[in-house]
Ligand binder design. Structure first.
Ligand code: PMP
Length: 360
């Protein structure tokens, strides 16, 4: 039986071949006689898995040698606290760009520790665009500049890396990491919860430039300190070993697909197809400006909320899962992460065209 297509925003779809390999290795990984879940994180079997995962991620993203890669816990949201605690002293001024729900949550958390300067906000327009670069009121002395590369709920995505001069650039890449090549050297810190394009929930990847490891405030919790994790190979305590292992399998899968350039081509094609069908339908609507529409999360509404339930039910019956929008905005949302094939989006758009015909 073929699997349904999963459009969940996260935890999201994983490549079927990765799941199959994990299943095959479930009770006996690489002849060890153990499941990865049963291995000591300090044993040679797991150390090999961990090191290979890091090496593959470094290769995929072209991570320069002067960056550490950390495999930590706590999700994207824990980084909302870790970033100010690691990079800014008590009361320091920090710049934040507000482009949607997640950057707003990051701002709320940073305010507990720092003086937050919101350089610009897309909120007055209901987060349908990225405020123009020349309208940003950046602060020269800011300890860092934080933004969210892809707003998972509002479907607003940066298609380039903003230039903020010499201020360290910090990016929440939770829902877009590995979807395309990026120049890591432009960033001070990149972080991403794993459960979208990397692997299972429970793992968070942090990529941090070496010179920023010395800035943490003295009372930072030991495990949140990037330097603690860097000095201990992310094993200052027990890491999320199974999630780390699956992430490693996903990195290998991406390499087999042709790397991030191939991912970018596929993701551009998938999202273009869906936006085209939405825009030409005269039925579905996505309000986001064309230049910052997300490749990863495509929110859309139907002409009448009463149609939401039948839309979701019929979609599910056709093997098109998890299309409900986030509870804070309603409507629909199709998340098109790396593991969602073009055929899944073709099937979704055929269904949408047919549904619109029947419910006009
Ligand atoms: N940032 C972004 C962009 C997200 O999409 C999410 C979760 N959907 C988070 C942060 C929070 O991540 P977590 O649930 O892993 O804490």
């Amino acid at each position: 039986m073929s699997r349904p297509y999963n459009f969940s925003a996260g935890p999201g779809a994983l490549p079927e071949s990765v799941l199959a390999r994990a299943a095959a290795e479930m009770t006996n990984c690489a002849g060890s006689g153990m499941s990865v879940m049963e291995m000591s994180h300090r044993g040679k079997e797991f150390i090999k898995i961990a090191e290979e995962a890091e090496a593959d991620l470094r290769e995929l993203m072209g991570i320069p040698a002067n960056y550490k890669v950390l495999f930590v816990q706590g999700g994207g949201m824990m980084q909302f606290s870790s970033v100010p605690l690691n990079l800014a002293a008590d009361g320091d001024a920090v710049d934040y760009l507000k482009t949607g729900y997640w950057s707003d949550r990051a701002i709320t958390e940073a305010k507990r520790y720092c003086q937050v300067n919101v350089v610009a906000s897309g909120q007055p327009e209901n987060y349908v665009s990225i405020p123009a670069r020349d309208s940003w009121k950046t602060y020269k002395e800011a300890s860092y500049f934080h933004y969210c590369a892809n707003e998972t709920i509002h479907g607003v995505e940066f298609h380039d890396v903003p230039d903020v001069g010499s201020v360290p650039l910090v990016c929440d890449m939770s829902s877009t990491i590995l979807s395309r090549p990026i120049d890591v050297s432009k960033f001070g810190v990149i972080y991403a919860g794993a459960q979208k394009n990397i692997g299972p929930a429970g793992l968070t990847v942090v990529i941090v430039r070496d010179d920023l490891l010395e800035r943490a405030r003295p009372n930072i919790p030991y495990l949140l300190d990037y330097k603690t994790m860097a000095d201990n190979g992310s094993m200052a305590n027990t890491p999320p070993t199974y999630a780390w292992y699956i992430a490693g399998l996903v990195f290998k899968w991406i390499k087999e697909q042709g790397g991030l350039k191939a991912m970018a081509e596929l993701n551009a094609a998938k999202s273009a197809l869906l936006y085209k069908v939405i825009d030409e339908s005269g039925f579905y609507k996505n309000p986001v400006h064309a230049d910052c529409r997300s490749w990863m999360n495509v929110p859309f509404i139907l002409p009448d909320e009463k149609l939401d339930k039948p839309f979701l039910e019929e979609a599910k019956a056709q093997g098109l899962l998890a299309l409900a929008g986030h509870r804070s905005v309603g409507g629909m949302r199709a998340s098109l992460y790396n593991a969602t094939p073009l055929e899944g989006v073709e099937k979704l758009t055929q269904f949408m065209i047919d549904f619109a015909k029947r419910h006009r």
